[in-house]
Design a protein around this ligand. Structure first.
Ligand code: 5AD
Ligand code: SF4
Length: 449
């Protein structure tokens, strides 16, 4: 059969889609790019905000309605929303063939086969603490995600993730290293280590038991993992996401400075700049702690880019709370911020509070922060003009095929005129000549290794 997976949500979902794709390929199925060519269409869904769920349900309904035109088409759901809604999903999308929750990826070939055999509605809701998830890859991609930490134990009051992705499970380092080695052997040069709160790696399970001491003297489990992965021959870049201030220790800062392929970027969501709101969110830090965490990283890696997520309109957020967020954003100077309007998620502690910030106030605060961020991001990017960025080339730019695009260590998109015969996956040195809030433009200096 041919199949297509639509992916909503975060990098974890992108990773799960890739693993399921590899599983279905191993079962003899063929991935296609167009819906019209697909016998089976699967929606990998997100649950993080109401809007994300509305989008996934809308898509599933549209696909199910398309069965009239495409008889025999199979429509399935997987991911966080399936996990949250379970059997309910069949009420919302009556013609859905199957739904699989998180950590149930290994059942997908069976679900597709059962649907094809006309077995009727299928539901696979694994327990969310099942560590047995497939970590398969589609070979040959230049940049790959490797999951190191499943689930999340943090329980921020607004967040559905612990419910849908279960408790933390840190994978054994040997497994992670084997996976990274195989990726590198198949042509990958950039690896991003994934975890909802990735710096918590090894904090709830002693993963380094019995291993020889770290060569660099790292005692904390995550910096040790960075050291081990960055030592793999052939790896050019190592990234990790997402961070939490409690993990921004001196050892992490030193690892980011000393380890050769670790990139100068951390996604470190702050969520709010108001201590009162941070308390209600149960984030476990105050604004000053966050600022100190960023200062530790920047003291070790002065060029380190910091990006963030911010929620506007959390219950009881006042104008003064919002101004505290603006002030913190200005003080830290984020390279980029993703701004979200608060959305109550059923079953979370924050959903017990009234969602009392009016929609138009959320909208207004959202707009103000976007404008602030554009200004701040532009100023930070303009500081790159005249400097040389090291760029891992990705190929012709989408907007202008005569130009090439790549990313700097700071994860900024850099556009430049390629040299003749330039290859994808080269390390190029580009002198920046112009900056926009999200993009740098420049001229090639010399070809890297
Ligand atoms: N409402 C709005 N935004 C949310 N996020 C997580 N839960 C919610 C919610 N209930 C945001 C956070 C998180 C990002 C992935 O989504 O900012 O970092
Ligand atoms: Fe990712 Fe959270 Fe959305 Fe799940 S609910 S896809 S973990 S952002």
């Amino acid at each position: 059969m041919t199949f297509l997976i639509h992916t909503y949500g975060c990098q974890m979902n992108v990773r799960d889609t890739e693993a399921v794709t590899a599983l279905l390929v191993a079962a003899g199925h063929t991935p296609v790019a167009l819906e019209a060519e697909a016998d089976a269409i699967i929606v990998n869904s997100c649950s993080v905000r109401g809007k994300a769920e509305d989008k996934a349900i809308g898509k599933l309904r549209q696909l199910a309605a398309g069965k009239r035109k495409h008889p025999g088409r199979i429509v399935g759901a997987m991911g966080c929303m399936s996990q949250r809604l379970g059997p309910e999903l069949f009420k919302l999308v009556p013609r859905l063939d199957f739904a699989a929750g998180t950590r149930s990826e290994r059942h997908m070939p069976r679900l597709v086969a059962a649907a094809a055999a006309g077995a009727g509605r299928q539901l696979a809701l694994g327990t969310v603490d099942d560590p047995e998830v497939p970590h398969l890859h589609q070979p040959g991609s230049m940049s790959a995600y490797v999951t190191v930490l499943l689930g999340c134990n943090r329980r921020c009051s607004y967040c559905i993730v612990p419910d849908v992705r279960g408790p933390e499970y840190s994978r054994p380092p040997s497994e992670i290293l084997d996976e990274a080695r195989a990726l590198i052997a198949a042509g990958t040069s950039e690896i991003t280590l994934l975890g909802q709160s990735v710096l918590n790696y090894g904090r709830t399970r002693d993963v380094w038991q019995g291993a020889p001491p770290s060569a660099g003297g790292y005692r904390e489990p995550f910096p040790r993992l960075l050291e081990a992965v960055s030592a793999l021959p052939g790896l050019r870049r190592l990234r990790f996401t997402s961070g939490h201030p409690s993990g921004c220790t001196e050892q992490l800062a030193r690892a980011m400075r000393e380890l050769p392929c670790v990139c100068a970027h951390l996604h470190l969501p702050v969520q709010s700049g108001s201590d009162r709101i941070l308390g209600l969110m149960r984030r476990g830090y105050k604004a000053e702690d966050y600022v100190a965490a960023v200062a530790r990283l920047r003291a070790a890696v002065p060029d380190c880019a910091i990006t963030s997520d911010t929620i506007v309109g959390f219950p009881t957020e006042t104008e003064a709370d919002f101004e505290a967020t603006r002030a913190l954003m200005a003080r830290v100077g984020f390279d980029n911020t993703f701004i979200f309007k608060y959305s109550p998620r059923p079953g979370t502690p924050a959903a017990e509070m009234a969602d009392d910030v009016p929609a138009e106030v959320k909208e207004h605060r959202n707009r103000v922060l976007l404008e602030d961020q554009d200004r701040i991001g532009l100023a930070l990017n303009e500081a790159w003009v005249g400097r040389v960025a090291e760029v891992l080339t990705e190929g012709p730019s989408l907007r202008n095929a005569a130009r090439w695009a790549g990313r700097s260590s700071q994860n900024k998109i850099v556009i430049f005129a390629p040299r003749p015969g330039m290859a994808v996956n080269d390390l190029a040195r580009v002198r920046v000549t112009r900056a926009k809030p999200q993009t740098l433009y420049g001229k090639l200096v010399e070809q890297g290794a």
